[in-house]
Design a protein around this ligand. Structure first.
Ligand SMILES: [Zn+2]
Length: 236
């Protein structure tokens, strides 16, 4: 009995961390909070009415995904990946994802193919609704889903971190309004998996990632940053 209130407080704490994490991640991927913006613990805590411990836990999670960086004695900031870092992240993805798709093609089940098909449908909905932040997140999740199905959790975890970094890079550097990671190309990938043809599947993944980089048209950001308070007022 004595443990219950503590467990409840722990759960409530976790859900508050999730809420702040989600709000900040969405604001960053929607390009509302721009790279280099200071993320004040006090201001975020006051806005969501939570302690700085909760805010710090959410910021730490964003940090492990390389979306937030900590500067010594200056606190947390939205990370600003350089163009060179962007190039390296996509190069690393190319290595891992060719391997992942090559492994998956020999073992994928019809049920898994259906699951990937359903995911692509939700990407299309987000694209139709022009929900750019959601499109970027769902595109990334498609790749994580593929990696998880390939059956090597270490590769999947590794890729998850690279996908978060890619999402930030795409949100920051891409100047296109259409979704960078087209659902049509994901559908081509799924068809190659369905045909159980390793060469076709690896080629489809390599083509897709090259197109993402080409479409992203990496260029320096030009927008004027808004204040943290102004952005947070949209997130309750
Ligand atoms: Zn993709």
């Amino acid at each position: 009995m004595g443990k219950e209130p503590q467990a409840a407080a722990g759960e409530a704490g976790t859900s508050r961390i999730d809420r702040i994490y989600d709000a900040l991640a969405r604001a960053i991927l929607a390009q509302e909070l721009l790279p280099g913006t200071k993320l004040s613990e006090e201001e975020i805590g006051a806005h969501f009415n939570v302690s700085r411990t909760i805010v710090r836990a959410a910021l730490n999670r964003l940090h492990t995904e390389a979306i937030v960086e900590f500067k010594q004695n200056r606190g947390a900031f939205v990370a600003s990946p350089s163009l060179e870092e962007a190039r390296q992240v996509f190069e690393a993805r190319m290595c891992i994802e060719r391997e992942v798709i090559g492994r998956l093609v020999g073992r994928i089940t019809d049920q898994q193919l259906d699951k990937l098909g359903k995911h692509i449908e939700s990407e299309r909905v987000a694209n139709r609704e022009r929900d750019r932040a959601r499109s970027i997140v769902l595109s990334g999740e498609f790749h994580i889903l593929v990696a998880t199905m390939a059956g090597n959790q270490v590769l999947a975890d590794f890729l998850t971190q690279l996908i978060s970094r890619s999402s930030l890079i795409l949100a920051q550097h891409s100047r296109h309004h259409e979704p960078e990671c087209s659902a049509d190309e994901h559908a081509v990938l799924v068809e190659a998996l369905r045909s159980r043809d390793p060469q076709a599947a690896i080629a489809a993944m390599a083509d897709h990632l090259s197109h993402v980089v080409d479409r992203a048209n990496f260029s320096p950001a030009k927008q004027k940053p808004k204040s943290l308070g102004e952005i947070l007022s949209h997130y309750k």
